[in-house]
Write a new protein. Structure first.
Length: 911
């Protein structure tokens, strides 16, 4: 199908539908009304001839995956005038150099020029043109995160933000526009240099008032307008309601020359034309400029802009001047109510400032918002200092940010508008934290503190699915804390965030730092728990540590925890949990040790300790083939951890739903498996990284037979994985194996080849490779059996299920045993009956696998009623694929019904 022509906004909405966002979430993301979103969705349904939103979501990856340039660039509010020579020079540089920097003074039009050139060359970059405004970025360390956000990249578990962006850029032909770099030059330089080295197809276009001072940058100077200045003045005057005739050319040229052709200064002057006329404009600006004559050798073009700003400022009344300087503290667009809380302004005052081109209105879904261009914002900040109001207003801004952030933290993070509200607030909260961290505590209003604000930002970032920034903010809060007790609390939260993102080395460092701070503060209970966490990390999560400490070191931490714990029941429970994880899985006493830890955790009322003990018990039960008991303990974990996610339970929560999904698969409870996988997908730590969040869900969909839906969600998985730079995560192999088998069964060799490429790209499992091979063999065998090639299935299933050992491998043993027996019967192997008998004991705890073995036995005995009885069991178990396949295998009048059902599931047969 040839994709219909859609607008840039429709492309954005379609991409959001592909992320399964609601209309309210889409409205919040793009700051438009829900009704506008509804109209875009209706238009997309009509243009694509799609039946519903789900169909549009399935189409989204193929339509928008190329990364179109239009959505990557902000839409200009006014026309672009002149600059033909500069435009040509910058275009030539961008098409021939890797790093181009447009350098010029404030207000000279660097951003507009860069955007125009980026649009000109968009079709030359197959990977798209991507824009990042660095104005809200508080410091150089935050540059990579700002770019990642602009690229739509969530934080990747176990990877730095720079590694994530580098992975996205590697192998991609793309243009990255970094606007307003001057206040974070070192951060931009430190980010761009390794990025360009790793991504030969990437070009960076930056705008700045100063060079980056990198040896390979190509600088394009941007000065004032020449002959085009008059045309700009006339056009902006017309926009203000004044039409100038040919007789005005002389005065207009004089005004533009006096302003050195600075576009922002010209636009400010033209905005005042209706009020003062050309004569008033000439005289007012003339007086200002004459005062600057003596300083022109040092001020130059900066002086002409300053004079225009001063003149516009002086024409305001006292209220307008006060509001202009006070709203300069806002880092992001703000509402009239926000300005009233911080700056004391009214909606009428803001509208008047917008009429004078000193503020820019931005239409939003909730209310009109305003922002100042960066040059004007900096001017306002200077005036704020001159008025002696800087500390007072910034303290009010911090107080407003804290109130808004506290209200957001108390709100339901699952609400459709929550993420949009966070995105609108976060830049201001970051700026407020940066200011609070730079001043003496006395400058901050009573009831507020830099440490509390940083910690609040950390909690919000955790809820938003930004654990790396959450960790960084908690560490910042620890350095700002007034004492060791406060520092220990923040370091504890930082450790939880690190563990949530699978950064084991950071988590271990922070647990130990928290323990030491707590000891200094005299809090032996907190210190003991942190030492216990460090020991638990070694025994439970060694896979996320780059270097696992010796067992003796972990034992020493545990001994210290036990010594400091005293009679505290919660800490004793934590220590017992460590002992449970330290015990060998093969030791018959390990179950008793684990159950004792579980009992202590329950008595102490510590849900996280109880969840950890249940995790060990779940693994032990799976290793013993007790799938239903394992599912029971896994589901107990999810109920224990119900409620809003916080940094300390983030890892536990995602692990609980992951294990619940695995245990449900082992038990053949596909409804429960899907429910757990859906919940896992929506957790903050998962939803920003679709290839991680959807992995288990795709596998469950393939098992149930929802193949059409699995293919659609699989495309979201693949697009996210590729955008993340194709990270090597061997645990994702089963997703690729499952979807490769689906496409193979459907006869789509091209699509199957794509998933084989993904399977190779995610990497091989170095430790316990049999674990993944068992899963891959199940799906390959399902493909062979669907294609009526049982002999090929037998060849794939060459390993008897009796040999399975590891707990992950044992999750899949029931499924493997079922297809192992079925392939033998359908291939008419001499030992087929024996295989059926050997398979039965391994499927008793898995309702689906047991029914498949029953069906196989019935087929071997030519018992049609037995096959149909198995079909009923499979239907009740929500395994529609095996139900339909049972009808097919039953033959007779049931065969055609089964074939139709398989076709409806997206699994047609061709024999």
């Amino acid at each position: 199908m040839v994709a219909p022509e859609i607008s840039a906004r429709e492309a954005e909405v379609l991409a959001a539908l592909g992320e399964h966002l609601t209309n309210a979430e889409i409205a919040a993301r793009f700051v438009i009304s829900v009704r506008t979103v509804e109209s875009h969705v209706s238009a997309l349904l009509r243009k694509f001839g799609a039946s519903d939103r789900r169909a549009l979501a399935a189409l989204a990856p193929s339509v928008v995956s190329a990364g179109p340039a239009a959505p990557g660039l902000p839409a200009p509010l006014t026309s672009f005038v002149g600059r033909e020579a500069e435009r040509a020079a910058l275009l030539e540089a961008v098409t021939s150099q890797r790093l181009v920097v447009a350098v010029g003074p404030g207000g000279v039009g660097k951003t507009r020029l860069a955007l125009a050139v980026a649009a000109d060359v968009a079709d030359r970059f197959a990977g798209g043109v991507w824009y990042t405004d660095l104005v809200p970025v508080p410091d150089g360390d935050a540059v990579p995160a700002a770019v990642a956000t602009a690229l739509g990249l969530g934080e990747q578990p176990g990877r730095s933000v720079l590694e994530t962006v580098t992975g996205w850029a590697r192998g991609r032909s793309a243009l990255l526009v970094l606007d307003n770099c001057e206040h974070v030059l070192d951060g931009v330089a430190g980010f761009v240099e390794p990025l360009l080295a790793a991504a030969p197809g990437l070009t960076v276009l930056a705008t700045s008032r100063s060079r980056l001072l990198l040896p390979f940058e190509w600088v394009v100077p941007v000065g004032g307008l020449g002959d085009d200045a008059g045309a700009l003045f006339v056009e902006r005057a017309r926009a203000a309601g004044v039409v100038l005739d040919a007789g005005s050319a002389g005065p207009v040229a004089a005004i533009c020359a006096a302003l050195d052709g600075n576009p922002l200064a010209i636009e400010l002057a033209a905005a005042r034309l209706p009020a003062v006329g050309l004569d008033g404009l000439e005289s007012g600006l003339g007086d200002r400029l004459r005062l600057l004559d003596g300083a022109r050798r040092g001020g130059g073009r900066h002086g002409s802009l300053r004079s225009a700003l001063d003149w516009s400022h002086d024409l305001l009344d006292d209220v307008g001047r006060a509001v202009l300087r006070r709203v300069s503290v806002f880092a992001a667009p703000f509402r009239a109510s926000d300005a009233a809380a911080v700056a004391g302004g009214s909606a009428a005052t803001l509208a008047a400032l917008a009429d004078d081109s000193l503020l820019v209105p931005v239409a939003g879904g909730d209310a009109t918002r305003y922002h100042a261009l960066e040059t004007i914002r900096q001017y306002g900040a200077e005036r704020l200092v001159e008025a002696g109001e800087d500390e007072e207003v910034r303290a009010a801004h911090l107080r407003w940010c804290t109130e808004e952030g506290t209200a957001l933290l108390a709100a339901d993070a699952a609400a459709p508008d929550w993420r949009g509200r966070f995105d609108l607030l976060v830049d201001d909260l970051r700026a407020a934290v940066a200011w609070a961290a730079s001043v003496e505590p006395a400058a901050i209003s009573p009831g507020s503190s830099a440490a509390e604000a940083a910690s609040l930002l950390g909690r919000l970032c955790h809820r938003r699915g930004l654990p790396a920034e959450a960790q960084r903010r908690f560490e910042q809060a620890a350095t700002l804390a007034p004492d060791d007790a406060g520092a220990a609390t923040q370091l504890r939260l930082a450790a939880g965030s690190a563990r949530s993102r699978l950064a084991g080395d950071d988590a271990l460092r922070l647990h130990l730092a928290a323990a030491e701070a707590a000891e200094r503060a005299g809090d032996t209970v907190l210190a003991a728990r942190q030492y216990a966490h460090a020991a638990e990390l070694v025994h439970r999560s060694a896979g996320i540590l780059t270097e696992v400490p010796p067992a003796a070191t972990a034992a020493a931490w545990l001994a210290t925890a036990q010594r400091l714990a005293g009679d505290d029941p919660g800490t004793r429970a934590r220590c017992a949990v460590v002992e449970a994880f330290a015990a060998a899985d093969t030791d018959p006493h390990t179950v008793a040790v684990t159950e004792r830890a579980l009992e202590l955790a329950r008595e102490s009322g510590d849900p996280i300790a109880e969840s950890a003990a249940l995790d060990q018990l779940t693994g032990l039960r799976l290793a013993r083939g007790e799938a239903r008991a394992a599912l029971e303990s896994a589901l107990r974990r999810t109920s224990l951890l119900a409620g809003p996610s916080d940094p300390e339970r983030g890892f536990e929560l995602s692990d609980a739903y992951g294990m619940a999904t695995e245990s449900a698969i082992a038990a053949g409870d596909l409804r429960q498996a899907r429910q757990a996988a859906e919940t896992l997908r929506g957790l903050p730590s998962q939803r920003e990284v679709a290839h991680v969040g959807t992995a288990r869900l795709v596998v469950v969909m393939v098992l149930t037979g929802d193949w059409t839906e699995a293919i659609a969600v699989g495309e979201l998985f693949r697009e996210s994985w590729e955008r993340a730079g194709r990270p090597r995560i061997p645990s994702l192999r089963r997703v690729a194996a499952a979807l490769g088998a689906v496409h193979g069964a459907r006869g789509d060799a091209a699509a199957q080849a794509v998933w084989h490429d993904v399977e190779a790209g995610v990497g091989a499992v170095e430790r316990r490779p049999h674990d993944q091979r068992a899963v891959e063999s199940v799906f390959t065998a399902l493909e062979m059996l669907h294609l009526d090639r049982p002999a090929d299935a037998v060849a794939v299933l060459h390993r008897p299920p009796d040999e399975f050992r590891g707990w992950f491998e044992l999750i899949w043993r029931p499924w493997y045993a079922a297809v192992w027996a079925e392939a033998a019967v359908l291939a008419d192997l001499p030992d087929a009956a024996e295989r059926v008998g050997r398979a039965r004991p391994f499927t008793t705890d898995n309702v689906v696998a047991a029914a498949v073995v029953d069906r196989t036995a019935a087929l071997a005995g030519r018992d049609r009623d037995g096959v149909l009885a198995a079909a009923e069991t499979l239907d009740a178990a929500a395994c529609r694929y095996q139900w339909a396949r049972s009808l097919l295998l039953a033959g007779g009048e049931h065969r055609s019904r089964g074939a139709r059902a398989l076709a409806d599931l997206g699994a047609p047969i061709h024999y």
